[in-house]
Design a protein around this ligand. Structure first.
Ligand code: HEC
Length: 110
């Protein structure tokens, strides 16, 4: 019984700690400026193919620093994907997040 209780207790401790961690991450994110939020979202979801500077080109990704697409075209590609690029709508969750990424991406243009 003692053992069972201590297992339950450690599960509770673990749950509390992991909830706090994700709350802190969320808190950290909401305290960032919009530009910082755009940069975080970009490095989380786009950097692995496009690179931090937009020029990596992994898996055939287009160079974003020379891309001439309009905001509306970029939003479409982010939402629906294109060729080897997966749709990112679900990952980015909101239109607001998508717009933050679009502004970050345009800042990478030369
Ligand atoms: C799995 C790799 C991968 C990820 C992750 C990825 N992309 Fe792409 N992206 C591609 C590929 C491949 C293309 C080229 C698609 C084509 O034209 O066939 C592309 C094309 C684009 C284009 C079009 C550029 C042009 O001038 O035609 C934009 C804009 C873009 N990606 C933005 C993003 C953004 C923003 C994210 C993150 C939310 C992202 N991508 C995440 C692989 C990726």
């Amino acid at each position: 019984m003692v053992l069972k209780n201590s297992i339950i207790l450690s599960c509770l401790v673990w749950l509390t700690v992991s909830c706090q961690e994700s709350a802190q991450q969320q808190d950290h994110f909401t305290k960032q400026t919009p530009a910082e939020q755009g940069a975080s979202l970009y490095s989380m979801h786009c950097g692995q193919c496009h690179g931090e500077d937009g020029q990596l080109g992994a898996s055939g990704a287009k160079n974003l620093s020379t891309s001439q697409l309009s905001d509306a075209q970029i939003v479409q590609i982010i939402k629906n994907g294109k060729g080897a690029m997966p749709a990112m709508k679900a990952l980015l969750e909101t239109d607001e997040n998508i717009n933050l990424v679009v502004s970050h991406l345009k800042g990478l243009r030369r």
